[in-house]
Design a binder for this molecule. Structure first.
Ligand code: AMP
Ligand code: MG
Length: 311
C-alpha cells in the first residue's frame, strides 16, 4: 500500500526511508513534495530520475528551523531574518548562495540554493524526525499538473512510492520564490503576494513572470493537462459553441459543454486550481476553456499558473 496516513509510526518509517537514501512523498501546505536527503547526492539523483526532471531545474530544500536554513546557505542576513520571521513557516522560498556542504546536484548544478520552512504539520514532523533538510520538488512527473492530494501523487508514481497522506493542500499552488542574492527579487509569484513582501523589504524587485530565466523551472509549458487549455474572457466563453468542451468558469454561463465552477476568491481558486484542471482533463475533452480571472495583483499567482497550463 503506497498511501499511508500521517501517523507517528508512518512518519518514522518515512524518515527511515530518507535516512537510507530513499524517496518519499509528503504533504506541504503548497503541493505534495517528492522528498529526499538534501545532503545525499545519490538520493537527489533518484528524485530527478523518478520525475524525469531536467538536471538544471533546481530543487527547494525544506527545513524545520532557521539553523538548518543557515547551515545550507551562505549570506543569510538581516533581510532573510525579517522575511523568515514574518512568513515562516509558510509558502515563501528564499534563494541564497549555497554552502559547500550542499552537493551541486541539490541545486541544479548552480551556486545558489532555494530554502523554505513549510507550515504543514506533517511536513514539520517529518523534517524534525529526519533531523535535517529535505529537498522536495512537486511530486509529479515533470511537466504534469502538480499534486494537491495523495491520490494525485499515486496517479503519477504508482504503488511503489511511499506517500504520507495529509489531506488536500491548503494553499494549492507552489511557493513564492524570492532571490536574496543582491537586490531581493521575486522570481515566481505565489500565495504570498509582492505587496506583502514589499511591506517588509521595500526595495524588492519583481521579475516579470514571462521572463523568469533566473528561476529555471519557471519556464513555460508547466503544469500542462493532456487536453488543450485555452484562457478566454467571460464574453467569449458565453458565445462558445462546439462539442466535447469543458469550461472552468467563475461567472460565465455558457449554454453548452460541461461546467466546472471555480471559486471567485483568489486564495480559494488557488487551492482548487490543480484538482479542477485534473477533473476537467479526466473527461478527455477536445478543449478546456478557462474563464480569465481578473488582472489584479491578488490574482497574479493564479494567472501565472493558468498562463503556464495554457502554453
Ligand atoms: P518546485 O518545482 O515547486 O519544487 O519548485 C522549484 C522551483 O523553485 C524551481 O523550478 C525554480 O523555479 C525555483 N528554484 C529552486 N531553486 C532555485 C535557485 N537556486 N535559483 C532560482 N530559482 C530556484
Ligand atoms: Mg513542480
Amino acid at each position: 500500500m503506497s498511501i499511508v496516513s500521517a501517523t507517528e509510526e508512518n512518519i518514522e518509517q518515512a524518515s527511515q526511508i530518507l535516512q537510507s537514501g530513499g524517496v518519499v512523498s509528503f504533504p506541504t501546505e503548497t503541493v505534495y513534495g517528492l522528498g529526499c536527503d538534501t545532503l545525499n547526492k545519490e538520493a537527489i539523483s533518484l528524485v530527478y530520475t523518478l520525475k524525469n526532471r531536467p538536471n538544471n531545474n533546481p530543487l527547494i530544500a525544506h527545513v524545520s528551523n532557521l539553523g538548518d536554513a543557515k547551515k545550507i546557505t551562505n549570506g543569510w542576513d538581516d533581510r532573510c531574518d525579517k522575511l523568515a520571521s514574518v512568513f515562516w513557516p509558510g509558502p515563501l522560498t528564499l534563494v541564497l548562495n549555497k554552502n559547500k556542504c550542499v552537493p551541486k546536484e541539490a541545486s541544479g548544478g548552480g551556486d545558489t540554493i532555494a530554502v523554505r520552512c513549510p507550515s504543514h504539520k506533517t511536513a514539520i514532523k517529518l523534517l524534525t524526525r529526519f533531523g535535517g533538510p529535505i529537498s522536495a520538488p512537486s511530486a509529479n512527473v515533470s511537466g504534469h499538473t502538480s499534486p494537491t492530494t495523495a491520490i494525485h501523487v499515486q496517479m503519477d508514481f504508482g504503488n511503489e512510492l511511499f506517500v504520507l497522506d495529509g489531506g488536500a493542500c491548503d494553499k494549492g499552488i507552489e511557493s513564492t520564490v524570492i532571490s536574496m542574492v543582491g537586490t531581493p527579487t521575486i522570481l515566481r509569484p505565489g500565495s504570498i503576494g509582492a505587496d506583502a513582501i514589499l511591506k517588509i523589504i521595500s526595495d524588492t524587485k519583481v521579475q516579470k513572470s514571462d521572463r523568469q530565466n533566473e528561476s529555471p523551472g519557471s519556464s513555460d509549458k508547466h503544469y500542462a493537462p493532456k487536453s488543450k487549455l485555452v484562457l478566454q474572457t467571460k464574453e467569449l466563453i458565453q458565445n462558445q459553441h462546439g462539442e466535447n468542451i469543458v469550461f472552468l468558469v467563475i461567472n460565465a454561463t455558457p449554454n453548452i459543454g460541461v461546467l466546472v465552477q471555480m471559486p471567485s476568491n483568489p486564495a480559494e481558486y488557488a487551492k482548487y486550481i490543480y484538482a479542477k484542471i485534473r477533473e476537467a482533463d479526466s473527461m478527455n475533452p477536445k478543449i478546456i476553456y478557462v474563464e480569465k480571472p481578473p488582472n489584479s495583483p491578488e490574482w497574479e499567482a493564479v494567472n501565472d499558473r493558468l498562463r503556464r497550463a495554457s502554453s
